[in-house]
Design a protein around this ligand. Structure first.
Ligand code: PMP
Length: 396
């Protein structure tokens, strides 16, 4: 059996044709460029879905990983030891957040941050109902899946959590369904898998007022939009609205698996009693992952990658013009190129990959192709990618 056959046989698959049937066996990844086993190069125009925001194998992240791995990796389950990397990271990230977001619970990824936040909201409010929005993606575990704003992906897994109500995104009237039974509202201020759909300022302001009125916690899922992706360190800064709980993951670790839910110390204290160990896990905040996260955050800040995301937005808007593109939505370096049909979009993506530019589509917007390159992508690589997209469209 060749490796492709072994991959399909022994590595659990989530579709019958991963990457549209194109066999990507990558042997190295540096910056924005992936190289496959045959020596072919690809520009990673999606950063492994908004993870490699500072590029693959950033030397400062690699160095931090080596340093920490030689000191210690896993010491103890979450929360028991006073671990320097966790303390440093929590302190630094808090200094870049509003004062109520001053306490960090480290997880191993995004869905787990969502699950933790759901439990926290139940404890803080003593309520059990949750609100989320149409076309929301919050993860694949059962609590997070319950919040998903799409029935197709949920139907085969019912029963899911009771008491979840899905409202229309950007519909202010629908917010009247939020009441004093609600523990929390989960929202992506800029919806990722819906195809880069921004909340309006009026909608988020009305949502915040409704949450305050009903004492419902407001949870911003910035797992995809965090760490500079949309032209602010966190997308909520575009709206001047502060959440009660912030969820992060993906780009946080500079390529290593880590996430967090961040809230006030007062809220987090609820996990300390009734029951004690109210939320625990083994690997959350793994020292090597946290050091990678700290190095990654420093790169975002020192190299001014938040501003670079805005440069990417302008560069793409200026250089990508084709009559067959129906809509181009860009928020910083998170973009969706929407075409007439799903079929056409799939053909463009496939052609781009064959021509050395990696992209994909959005879970709830399969007519649109994703652009989410590393924020420090070289101008030449971005320019080349846009030409390939253009040529691929024109060739079809
Ligand atoms: N929320 C959002 C907005 C996401 O984009 C994702 C991942 N695509 C998740 C939650 C779930 O994160 P993970 O895949 O790390 O569990």
């Amino acid at each position: 059996m060749n490796q492709r056959e072994l991959f399909l046989k022994h590595v659990a698959q989530t579709s019958y044709s991963p990457m549209m049937g194109i066999d990507l066996n990558i042997v190295s990844a540096q910056g924005s460029v992936l190289v496959d086993v045959n020596g072919k190069s690809y520009v990673d125009l999606i950063s492994g879905i908004s993870v490699s925001s500072i590029g693959h194998c950033h030397p400062k992240v690699v160095k931090a990983i080596h340093n920490q791995a030689s000191k210690y990796m896993h010491l103890m389950v979450y929360g028991e030891y006073n671990q320097t990397p966790q303390v440093k990271y929590a302190q630094v990230i808090s200094s870049h957040l509003p004062s109520n977001l001053n306490c960090v619970y480290f997880t191993t990824g995004g869905s787990e941050a969502v699950e933790g936040a759901m439990k926290l909201a139940k404890r803080v409010t003593g309520r059990t109902k949750f609100i989320s929005f149409k076309n929301a993606y919050h993860g694949s575990t059962q609590g997070a899946l319950s919040l998903m704003g799409d029935e197709y992906f949920k139907n085969s897994f019912r029963p899911l959590l009771p008491g979840v109500e899905i409202l229309e995104f950007n519909n202010i009237n629908d917010l009247n369904k939020i009441n004093t039974d609600c523990a929390a509202v989960f929202i992506e201020p800029i919806q990722g898998e819906a195809g880069v759909i921004e909340a309006t300022v009026d909608f988020l302001k009305a949502l915040q007022i409704k949450c305050k009125e009903t004492e419902t916690l407001l949870v911003f899922d910035e797992i995809q939009t965090g760490f500079g992706r949309t032209g602010k360190l966190f997308a909520f800064e575009h709206f001047n609205i502060e959440p009660d709980i912030l969820l992060v993951a993906k780009a946080m670790g500079g390529g290593l698996p880590i996430g967090a839910f961040i809230s006030s110390k007062e809220n987090m204290n609820h996990f300390c009693d009734n029951p004690v160990l109210g939320h625990i896990n083994t690997f959350g905040g793994n020292a090597v992952c946290v050091e990678a996260a700290l190095a990654s955050l420093n790169v975002v800040l020192e190299d001014k990658l938040v501003q670079r995301a805005m440069w990417i937005e302008n560069f793409v808007k200026f250089n990508l013009k084709n009559p067959r593109i129906k809509f181009l939505r860009m928020k910083g370096a998170l973009g969706a190129i929407e075409f007439e049909s799903v079929e056409f979009c799939q053909r463009v993506i496939k052609k781009c990959i064959e021509n050395g530019v990696i992209s994909d589509w959005f879970l709830f917007c399969d007519k649109a192709m994703r652009i989410a390159p590393p924020l420090n992508i070289e101008e030449a690589d971005l320019s080349h990618s846009l030409k390939i997209i253009n040529n691929s469209i024109n060739d079809l």
